[in-house]
Design a protein around this ligand. Structure first.
Ligand code: TRP
Length: 380
């Protein structure tokens, strides 16, 4: 029997049913009408929109209404720095960069070192090291430093904390218990945390002393934080942020669940620091295949791209050419293309990408300062 899936920001398990998520979370599908509306402004659609990788939203029509009235938005997203960055994370941020470029807007990027300290069994120092490491990957994607601001929760506490307590005062213990499945053995920092993640969605409004619309691209597991905080924004005099929800890049082991870069599961994910040999090895050894057990059988029956992790990676990130993707899909389904050929194609794509990424990642070491938000007045 199919195990029930479960999604909270800290746990994703079971086979994920996105239609059910839409219903349960009370979010809306991105339909073709909305896609056309986005395209009017961007000229083209990012592959993650064309292919419904970003599949749902909250209040995106409202955000575009405001935009069309000349009321520009800013983008907010974030990273919990608990370990190395894998390809799944990069997908969301590549899309975020596309949004920043197309709409020419500011990006506020939150590093939740406090969250990971509170939720993971790791020391504060280790989390600080990952914060620095993870920043390199974000910078390497090419965000515009003049329009991108990094917030680190424990470093920008003077800015974040006075706002966080305003959210905290309006969120009850029973609400977070219901939303996240907390119980009496959760530590009290965890209970408070959602109020911290809510804050960057209002920071530019607070600093400029006027309401500015906010768009949050996220993987759908992060939605519960904003569902909890949603009713609070207007009570504090701010707009509710608009959200655009992405699905997860599957782990190498199969299409259910999300990639986990932490713990002992590194063989399950491709990291941005992997060498070409490591990439080759991981894909060949671990990438779940929708192919048949023998070549003869594969030629006869064909493979199943829908469950094939290598094909999914091409679809979600590495093959922007729709025609080429379709060709691969058809050839794989018909048995003309073998799993080994599909994997070789993907390995090459990933390695070309990572070679460039790793170069930029090295250069990024000198650029962190430029991205860190500088509070002019510590008392604000
Ligand atoms: N909690 C997120 C994580 O664990 C990080 C994060 C903070 C975030 N603010 C966000 C993610 C806003 C998406 C949108 O990675």
């Amino acid at each position: 029997m199919q195990k029930e899936f479960r999604i909270t920001p800290w746990e994703v398990s079971g086979k994920i049913d996105y239609e059910k998520i839409i219903k349960e979370f009370g979010i809306s599908k991105i339909d073709n009408k909305l896609l056309e509306r986005i395209k009017k402004h961007t000229g083209e659609l990012h592959l993650m929109l064309r292919r419904k990788i970003f599949f749902a939203n909250r209040d995106l029509n409202w955000l575009l209404n405001e935009y069309e009235k000349g009321n520009k938005f800013f983008i907010y997203t974030g990273r919990g720095p608990s370990g190395p960055i894998h390809l799944g994370h990069l997908g969301t941020w590549m899309f975020t960069k596309w949004l920043q470029d197309k709409f020419n807007v500011e990006l506020w990027f939150q590093f939740t070192d406090d969250e990971k300290f509170l939720f993971k069994n790791k020391s504060f120092d280790e989390i600080q090291r990952w914060t620095g490491e993870n920043m390199l990957d974000v910078i390497a994607l090419g965000f515009n430093p003049d329009k991108t601001h990094f917030l680190v929760d424990t470093k920008h506490a003077n800015l974040i904390y006075p706002e966080a307590i305003k959210f905290a005062k309006k969120i009850t213990l029973s609400t977070v218990k219901a939303a996240f499945g907390f119980n009496d053995s959760n530590n009290i920092g965890q209970v408070f945390y959602t109020s911290i993640q809510a804050v960057p969605a209002i920071i530019p409004s607070v600093l400029k002393r006027k309401n500015i619309p906010c768009l949050i691209p996220l993987a759908v597991d992060q939605d519960p934080h904003f569902r909890v905080a949603r009713d609070v924004y207007p009570k504090l005099g701010f707009y509710k942020p608009s959200i655009i929800h992405g699905i997860f890049l599957p782990p190498l082991s199969g299409i259910s669940g999300k990639m986990d870069s932490g713990g002992k599961g590194d063989e399950r994910a491709i990291l941005t620091t992997d060498s070409p040999e490591e990439v080759e090895n991981k894909i060949k050894k671990y990438a779940f295949s929708g192919g048949q057990p023998s070549i003869e059988e594969h030629r006869k029956k064909g493979g199943n791209p829908d469950v094939d992790v290598s094909f999914q990676y091409l679809k979600m990130i590495f093959e922007p050419d729709d025609k080429k993707l379709k060709e691969i899909e058809e050839d794989y389904r018909s048995g003309k293309m073998l799993t080994s050929e599909l994997k070789t194609y993907l390995i090459e794509k990933i390695n070309v990408f990572l070679k460039e990424h790793q170069k930029r990642r090295e250069k990024a070491k000198k650029e962190i300062k430029k991205f860190m938000f500088k509070t002019r007045d510590p008392l604000r």
